[in-house]
Design a protein. Sequence first.
Lengths: 296, 839
Amino acid sequence: MEFLRPAGWEEALAAKAEYPDAVPLAGGTDLMVELNFGHRRPERLLDLGRIAELKEWETDGDSVRLGAGVPYTRIMEGLRRELPGLALASHTVASPQIRHRGGVGGNLGTASPAGDAHPALLAAGAEVEAVSARGTRLIPIDDFYLGPKRNALAPDELIRAVRVRRADGPQQYAKVGTRNAMVIAVCAFGLALHPQTRSVRTGIGSAAPTPVRAREAEEFLGGVLEEERCWESGRVVPPAAARHFADLCAAACSPIDDVRGTAAYRRRAVGVLARRTLGWAWEEYRGSARATEGAA
Amino acid sequence: MSGLTDPRGTSGLTDPRGTSGVTGRRPAPVIPGVRSELGPPGPLAGLPTRFARRAGNAGGVGESVLRPDGVLKVTGEFAFSSDLWHEHMLWGHLLRSTVAHAEILSVDVSEALATPGVHAVLTYDDLPTEVRHYGLEIQDTPVLAHGRIRHHGEPIAAVAADHPEIARRAAAKIKVEYRELPLITDEASATAPDAVLIHEDRTDHHAPHVPHPNVVHRQPIVRGDVEEAAARADFVVRGEYEFGMQDQAFLGPESGMAVPAEDGGVDLYVATQWLHADLRQIAPVLGLPEDKVRMTLAGVGGAFGGREDLSMQIHACLLALRTGRPVKMVFNRYESFFGHVHRHPARLVYEHGATKDGKLTHVRARIVLDGGAYASSSPAVVGNAASLGVGPYEVDAVEVEALALYTNNPPCGAMRGFGAVQACFAYEAQMDRLADAVGMDRVEFRQRNAMTQGSVLPTGQVVDAPAPVAELLRRVKELPLPEERPWETGTGAVDVRALPGGLSNTSHGEGVVRGVGYAVGIKNVGFSEGFDDYSTARVRLEAAGGEAVASVHTAMAEVGQGGVTVHAQIARTELGVSQVTIHPADTRVGSAGSTSASRQTYVTGGAVKRACELVRERVLELGRARFGATRPGWPADGSPDELRLEGGEVVAADGTVLASLAEILGDEAVEVETEWRHRPTEPFHRHTGQGDGHVQYSFAAHRAVVDVDVELGLVKVVELACAQDVGKAVNPLAVVGQIQGGSTQGLGVALMEEIVVDRATGLVRNPSFTDYLIPTILDTPPMPVEVLELADDNAPYGLRGAGEAPTLSSTPAILAAVRAATGRDLRRAPVRPEHLTDG
């Protein structure tokens, strides 16, 4: 195995251009497990550990450019206000040790439906900054996930950052696992209210071949909020509408039975999480939300 | 020390006599395998003050002396068996089967053998003698598969190479041709008339008595007239229960190193639970006399029963003898799931009856344990499940049948609780349901039927030591209950860490319902059914630097239970010295039996105590010979009982110091090696199960308080209180640690721990810590512990084996609490979120 260790970003892009089969190594929290289990034996690894700018973020007006290698710990600590959904998701990632190493670039690169960051990125409407020696393109998150562990990156591209609009409204994130910490998601749900565009976005993890949005649910709820003039009045979402929203979110899943849980349970749980997170986010929007200690 | 080095050159730890020269990577005083001094305990920094008590000789029995390996393990400095290193060593690796049941048509190792860096590839045909099988009770396990695969992950070939990755890749080049056979997965398929026999031509001593060759062993227990008693019952409850396959999940994977010796023998350094039982199984396969297989215990990272059976011992020795090089083997976590036996999954059917005033009339039970492909300790597990299957209750009419199957599932054997765990889960669920039927409080119903000292067990054995079952229940019930809705901070904010789901943020209080449950259990201590269960201890007393120092040498496997601490405490108490050296555990001293069955403090502790008493007698004889004539106060001949050994001196009853031990000993050393046995037991009658089969009983009761998110099926155990009688807390802090650890292992199987085997293929679906979940610290609740010390006069210091009882009742108490919260009739452990939300 060849171990490529570029000192800077340009060098990394050149290496990836020369060796498109080189597997990028960032925090290593997914890849090293694969290597240790012998599931993968790549010819080349491309270690991005020396590239400092990947571990930085910039805020510019109303958006955040989050370096692909910013560890979850720093997202939790530093971006709670700007990216509240992602910060909540970061809390649920594995253990403190893993959160010190892993970042969203790895989650996106692996593109597992169980990646903890995906539902938050979908709900926030992020863009993936994919860069190659040929240039830079911004891939909307909705177009990024192509299949189980398949994404829209070209072979010579690396993930430089994700660009996420600074939250313009409350965001929530919840994840179900069979124990109370350090667990791979049985299912997960992200929700973001976007008062500026008067829209609601969602993200569902571990309940379909890829991370998905519940578009029908979003449109239904958006319509109800508009019709009932809830955005202006801050009125309570009608309970029947919240229930229907939850049902539509559950219906957006196409889960499987596996060793972590059954398809039926996943669908049911996504519905419960959708109803609850909507309640919390809307309460916060109405200005009477209770703070959440311990979490983000 | 020849050739044994530290890879970083930092070790500096050697055996002063050069006989146990394996060193760890890092300095690690007082571990098995490294000789070191156990000095008197220093200040007990960081300990709850109630543990820091002293009496008699400092650092003696009854004190919370700190374990010498504790800090090292927490800081990562302890040298485990996987840290062993030898210059010029090779790495061993096993090729394991990828199918569960098949005929092996061919094994082609040529490509593997031709791989550069590979030194040996061994298959069944390369085994050096006619002894090619091993096993704890029945020698049915092939060292390497021969013609047939009986379970997923069975070893087929062993490879030795310069580097572990070379060994792994070479193993992957071995071509095995299988012809798959139909799977035996449960009782119906195992005992069908045309069932494939897992083991043909059985010759073991159980074989003539089993109802079907795919039944390893069957034990009935019959007492009283159940028909008549059932007719008297005002209430009868029947239930079927299922218990999943739990893994010991010890953190240090199977590992060790075999070093070939110039005399043709081999030195084996390994993490195990019983050196001498390993030795008896290893030597015949190697074709060596036992004295040419010299075993030393290496640092053990937990056991819980999973190291009773051999794992890599024989393979490493074979490869070392074949190559003439030291061979190290370390399983990774994936392989570890195939490298040891698990807890038997079980199906249990119970019928309980009671009169309307709440007295049990009868119990009928049928317990079917899945032993998997090889026998391991299944027969003894069956004996336990049967004889303890009714629980700590007085019942005059009992019909119990327990049996273990041979199937193509992973082999199952010893794990903490050993057959008593599965039964306790079922009978305690039954006790709740029966109490409800009678209309009595569940705890009161248990107390009304609780056994006491003098009660007769279903086996006819009289419980002749304290059995404070009702008192243990009273104690856990009277503990204050934890506060309700602990996530409410009072400021309107929510602390999600106090909720089911924790920081996964699944609830801010919605759907959360509290439940409380109780359970109590009974576990035997020591080996049962007539087994000659003894331990050996060698104790030496000599003067060094003007002070008497003791050394204790046993073959006891220190697997984390704290035995080395306890042995030093016993030596201090019995010999009145402060300096005690614990010699590495090895086979140069007689057997110490297994570190299992909650027996080590009782039996090897008993042997150390006895050896110390004999040393004391000789020292006093020596003292009388030296000073009896010149110093007043020595008893003329007999009655040495009046003399005490304290603070390194011989003290008369009136407090007069007669002599120091150092001056009595002078240049002489007093050394005694002795065997010690607990009182004998007898086998259970084959048809009635009657017999004084057990040595001692251990009792614990739990109260579990849970919060359940009933919409998501997520459970948070809020508190898990335990009361246990330990007879005598030889080391109170260690006792609390055992109780909390055992309770946590019971929590794990209540809520998450299960090896999942695919029914269609027989393959293990979750052999990793990603999908085999064990409780994290965030799943582990506060665990108040009430320790009773009612002495058992048959045991040293009155002690009672403590390690297993807390594992039993923890699981049913949590299940009872979850039932209370959800109103669901849960019949299976572990309970999963979908079980709490479906329908």
